[in-house]
Write a protein that binds this ligand. Structure first.
Ligand SMILES: [Zn+2]
Length: 462
């Protein structure tokens, strides 16, 4: 008898504490989950919205930080974006799981998670296309199969083909000289993109993101830029051709960190496709124009990869726990990758912070800039590098630095104001490909800075 009571109590207890989240979450449910995590971990989280979808649904972000809502200098910003294609739903559920996991483990005094949250500002957007999701979920409930149902936003637009095309611009510049980073948006860009895309563009311009992943489904592979092939159309077909960025080796490593920490991605054979090491250059798989990852790299300081996480775009509920266990370590390890390379402050002689200073690494034709607080982050593989900081009105400063495999190396710059008679300005040491000297874009973007400062002063749930 007492044994029966014990079993009954055990079952009851299990029911009370069992994870309730291994199920698909419609929009209202998703919002409830985000606030539930926030309420459980109010001191290390913040819920905010970056804008609304076509149908008026919020594009919510859950932020994890020891100081939510505040950028702490030298603490990098990272992001995860899920469900950009409304019918690719695993990323959405994994990001909810991840949110709950970070909160619980922080509360359980898991030292690894505490360190991650204290040293990193993490932004999690489970759904970039909540309208598409509702269409896909409704079709799923009525058992209507359709590979593309719910993929696009409510205007029928594929959001991963909706960002301004900066690749054409960079391929021209790589050949003929010109800026190698922060390529400008077209003047009328807002009229050319969907509301969800516009919200994301404003978001990525207002935080100095360093690292990011965009979660999709339909294959199992970690895909890195460029997505758009350099080759032109050949007889109506877009040729696929490996199209590496100047940071190719670093991107391959970032992709491998995910695939090898993932339960089975690294094995290569998945969903009837084979990808060595479970990674691929986007363009060498299939060429894609106006995608989000290329945009991040070409318009901001952010290095983004695209994770294809499941053969089935809308996995059965019963699959979700296995998928979470297969992805959990990879999701954490990828976030930890933001802590490598070099970082530091750029200041003038009076210790004023210099925003938008350009950090160039010799041999890598892609610069990064310091953020609104004067701090910069440059992801680099271990090695010895010649690094130069430049800002308009200041003499460039060049240092040699050796980067190890673990912690990022702190490299601060203190720039001296150039003397007026020193014009013409000293040339920046060459950091271009194949020994070419490329003109650098070093103009401060005052408008962007102002917007950034305004955004970062806004606090509290939206
Ligand atoms: Zn997709």
């Amino acid at each position: 008898m007492s044994q029966l009571v014990s079993i009954f109590l055990h079952l009851l207890l299990f029911k009370l504490v069992a994870p309730v989240t291994f199920r698909h979450h419609r929009y209202d449910d998703l919002v409830r989950m985000l606030y539930k995590v926030h309420n459980e971990c109010p001191h290390i989280t913040r819920v905010y919205s970056i804008g609304r979808s076509v149908k008026g649904r919020h594009l919510y972000v859950l932020e994890f930080s020891d100081y939510p809502g505040i950028h702490e200098p030298l603490e990098p910003e990272v992001k995860y974006v899920g469900n950009m294609h409304g019918n690719e739903v695993l990323g959405r559920e994994l990001l909810l799981q991840l949110s709950e996991f970070l909160c619980e483990e922080f509360r359980n005094r898991n030292q690894r998670i505490i360190r991650l949250v204290e040293d990193t500002r993490i932004h999690i957007m489970p759904s970039m296309n909540p309208d598409g999701y509702e269409v896909a979920a409704a079709a799923q409930e009525r058992d209507i199969s359709g590979y593309l149902v719910g993929r696009n936003n409510a205007n029928g637009v594929d959001l991963n083909r909706n960002f301004p095309d900066l690749n054409t611009y960079i391929y021209y510049n790589e050949k003929n000289g010109g800026p190698n980073h922060h390529l400008p948006l077209p003047d009328n860009w807002k009229s050319q993109v969907e509301p969800e895309t516009q919200a994301v563009i404003q978001w990525v311009r207002s935080f100095n993101f360093v690292l990011s992943a965009n979660l999709h489904g339909g294959a199992v592979v970690a895909n890195y830029p460029y997505d758009k092939s350099l080759e032109h159309r050949v007889r109506g077909f877009r040729r696929t051709a490996n199209t590496p960025t100047p940071d190719d080796k670093l991107f391959q490593k970032l992709a491998k960190v995910y695939s090898y920490a993932h339960g089975w991605m690294h094995q290569g054979w998945n969903c009837g496709d084979y990808f060595p090491d479970g990674i691929t250059n986007g363009a060498s798989w299939y060429s894609l124009s106006k995608g989000m990852q290329d945009f991040n790299y070409l318009h901001t300081n952010c290095f983004e990869i695209t994770l294809e996480l499941s053969c089935d775009k809308f996995p059965l509920q019963g699959e979700l726990q296995r998928e979470w266990l297969g992805n959990r370590e990879a999701l954490i390890q990828f976030l930890e990758q933001v802590h490598q390379g070099i970082k530091g402050m750029v200041r003038d002689e009076n210790y004023n912070n210099l925003a938008d200073a350009v950090i160039s690494v010799s041999g890598i034709n892609h610069d990064v800039t310091s953020g609104a607080h004067g701090d910069y982050f440059r992801l680099l593989l271990p090695g010895t590098y010649t690094v130069t900081a430049t800002a308009p009105g200041f003499d460039p400063e060049t240092v040699s630095v050796t980067v190890g495999p673990a912690e990022p190396k702190l490299v601060n710059f203190q720039l001296k104001r150039s003397t007026p008679q020193a014009a013409p300005k000293r040339r920046i040491p060459n950091s271009g490909h194949r020994g070419r000297v490329l003109p650098k874009k070093v103009q401060p973007r005052a408008a962007r800075k102002k917007e950034m400062m305004m955004k970062q002063s806004q606090r509290g749930p939206a």
